[in-house]
Design a protein around this ligand. Structure first.
Ligand code: PMP
Ligand code: GLN
Length: 388
């Protein structure tokens, strides 16, 4: 393994899902739903397979039907118009979108600012692209709205140097569940314009925002349309994480750059699933409303259960993850806690420290996924209560 990748080892998701299987534990670690997405979307994939649509290499940028559906979704939800031919790229999940964007846009030595804790592939992709990551730490904060992780805008501004090339944003944010506010996004946009930075914004949880939170795409802020690469995922929006269909929307030059990298990463993305996702994106708003309501009920169930079990709970405004503080349980080391948890309680969770460069800042935090059936969450809570 080369020096660029040596520090990353095996992803925590693979490690913890294997641990769940080995110990027969309830897996609230890796974020994947335990019920598949809409039946009609599955049927659309079957139809495409049977009818021989997409069984051979589809077009590199993605099939026109899907690119058109992605553009229509951005227009309908956010009033953002993208040309399906030049401003949309279909990728093998959001994971490839992140990789292709970073590999295509970074020069060796360029600095990339990302919020810490960050989704694990960011650090590895920045490294593969020869860039340098500069983490800005989201800080635990308590106010009348409850406990959450917040961005310190002064810290963000201070992190920009002459070598900064790109801001890597994620809202709604995995693992903290933070949804950036209009004011925060406006400040980020202002900074990007002032310092002439590119922005890659991972918005895969765009449909999972709760209570008063609203998902606002960064590309909609002044000066951002031309400098922003926006990333979405059918895995997250339609509960088909195994299909690996994601996408980029951006200005033509940025999409062309990402396509240059994509053609040598996967060449094209899986064919029949693209036809199905094109149909999924055209589902009526009632699908998204029901999806959100279902996840909201699950969030509330698990948040209440974790609090009763003695965890400090950061109730998420978005995503399907809850970050907890284990110090009220008399614990301090999330790694040790998560490694022992299957044995102690038959539950698997993710130590947030893996998402930090400043590991000590993340040490007492542990993430639980709630994209699971109510009975599964109830059983997990019952087991976790035995810890106290
Ligand atoms: N970004 C974030 C923030 C994620 O949580 C994930 C995990 N689903 C991804 C990207 C990767 O998405 P995909 O499964 O579409 O590759
Ligand atoms: N995004 C999911 C998570 O954060 C899982 C992705 C993965 O396994 N790479 O848990």
């Amino acid at each position: 393994l080369n020096r660029r990748l040596a520090e990353f080892g095996t992803t925590i998701f693979a490690e913890m899902s294997a641990l769940a299987l080995r110990t027969g534990s309830i897996n609230l670690g890796q974020g994947f739903p335990d019920t598949d997405g809409p039946e009609e979307v599955r049927e659309a994939a079957v139809r495409a397979l049977r009818e021989g649509r997409g069984n051979q290499y589809p077009p590199g940028p993605g099939i026109p039907e899907l690119r058109t559906a992605i553009a229509a979704h951005q227009e309908r939800r956010y009033g953002l118009s993208y040309d399906p031919d030049t401003e949309v790229l279909v990728t093998a999940g959001a994971t490839e979108a992140i990789a292709a964007a970073l590999l295509a846009l970074l020069e060796p030595g360029d600095e990339v600012i990302a919020f810490e804790p960050y989704y694990d592939s960011y650090a590895a992709c920045i490294a593969m692209a020869g860039g340098t990551r500069v983490p800005v730490t989201l800080r635990p904060h308590v106010d009348e709205g409850g406990a959450s992780f917040r961005l310190d805008l002064d810290e963000l501004r201070a992190a920009v140097t002459d070598r900064t090339r790109l801001l890597l944003i994620n809202t709604p944010h995995n693992p903290t569940g933070t949804v950036l506010t209009r004011a925060e996004l406006a400040a980020i946009a202002e900074l990007a314009v002032e310092r002439d930075l590119l922005v890659v914004t991972d918005e895969v949880y765009e449909h999972l925002v709760f209570d008063d939170a609203e998902h606002l795409p960064l590309a909609g802020f002044p000066g951002m349309r031309e400098r922003t690469v926006t990333i979405g995922s059918a895995g997250k929006s339609f509960s088909f994480t195994g299909w690996k269909v994601g996408w980029i929307t951006a200005a033509p030059g940025l999409v062309a750059a990402a396509r240059s990298a994509k053609q040598f990463l996967t060449y094209v993305s899986s064919g029949p699933f693209q036809y199905a996702v094109a149909e999924a994106l055209a589902l009526p708003d009632s699908y998204f409303t029901a999806f959100r309501a279902d996840m909201l009920a699950k969030r509330d169930l698990l948040a209440a259960g974790l609090a009763e079990a003695g965890f400090g709970v950061f109730k998420p405004a978005g995503t399907y993850f809850i970050t907890t503080d284990i110090r009220p349980l008399g614990e301090r080391d999330g790694f040790a806690f998560c490694r022992a948890l299957p044995e102690r309680a038959g539950v698997v969770a993710i130590p947030n420290a893996v998402f930090y460069d400043h590991r000590e800042a993340g040490a007492p935090f542990v993430r639980f996924a709630f994209c699971k059936q109510a009975e599964v969450l109830q059983e997990a809570v019952k087991r976790l209560k035995s810890l106290a």
